[in-house]
Design a protein around this ligand. Sequence first.
Ligand code: FE2
Ligand code: FE2
Length: 298
Amino acid sequence: MRIVLIGDIHAYRLLVMPWQLIGKRLIGQANLWLNRRHRFDHSLVDRVVEHASSFNPDLILLSGDLTTTALTGEFDDIAQQLAPVTSRFPTVIVPGNHDRYTFASKRQRTMEARLPSIVPDGWPYFRQIAERWYLLALDSAVPRIFNSRGRVGREQLRCARKLISYLTERDGLIVLCHYPLKSPPRALPLTWDHKLGDSRRLRKMLTRCPARIVYMHGHIHSPWCWQPKRSDQSHFTYINAGSPSMTSRKYPQGQGFWQIDLPEDPIGHLKVVHHLPNINGQHAHANAVSAWSQHNIL
Ligand SMILES: [Fe+2]
Ligand SMILES: [Fe+2]
């Protein structure tokens, strides 16, 4: 079974109606004009969508932060941009903190309303995706005025615990959640804002689960894949999707996307490939060989 994982796209609109600039969105739009718009290039998402389709995935997962300030227009833009994949392949999306940017966007379930059928309408979302593999998708995004700390919440954790309670060491569990649980040993430690308020509870729940865990997330705009050496988490693989639209010196064409091939038997070899657009790729048109490089991580 093949999964494609796509991270923080952060669609935005520079011009919004004055009545939409209430509360935190005013700060978000100011940051967009002064800062973000210079770093995020959304034309890169079209290349990701096109290239990801060529791998014929069985499932597309998006780890949240599709928008910048959870405007309905931003969700509509992203729905259109993702349509070439979402219309062809089963897709599941979890919200990021930017998709629940305002209290109204959470209350009115704007994301669910604008992206029906690809954003689950209840949390936690759980389903079997292959004979021995399961997907657990969590809503960890909470609107906050002064910070962006996430939280899964007791009720969602209680339901999730029940849903995964019958999994055994012969099973595999994909967890899709916007926030990371841990950063790799050589990366900067997660800041207070980067964390889930109840990450310890979630980690404990997953550590106790005997199934092989592949934890996929976004939020930190720096792609990575790693497996902890700690004995109680030796059955974990963490994959950070990164941001396909954010440009930087290290990633001038954005941070690409991930291909994850699940072995039929979850204890088998998990193939993880990071696809990165090459700098000359923007002029290479349909020539995928020179437009992309692929890095076999596992
Ligand atoms: Fe985020
Ligand atoms: Fe983000």
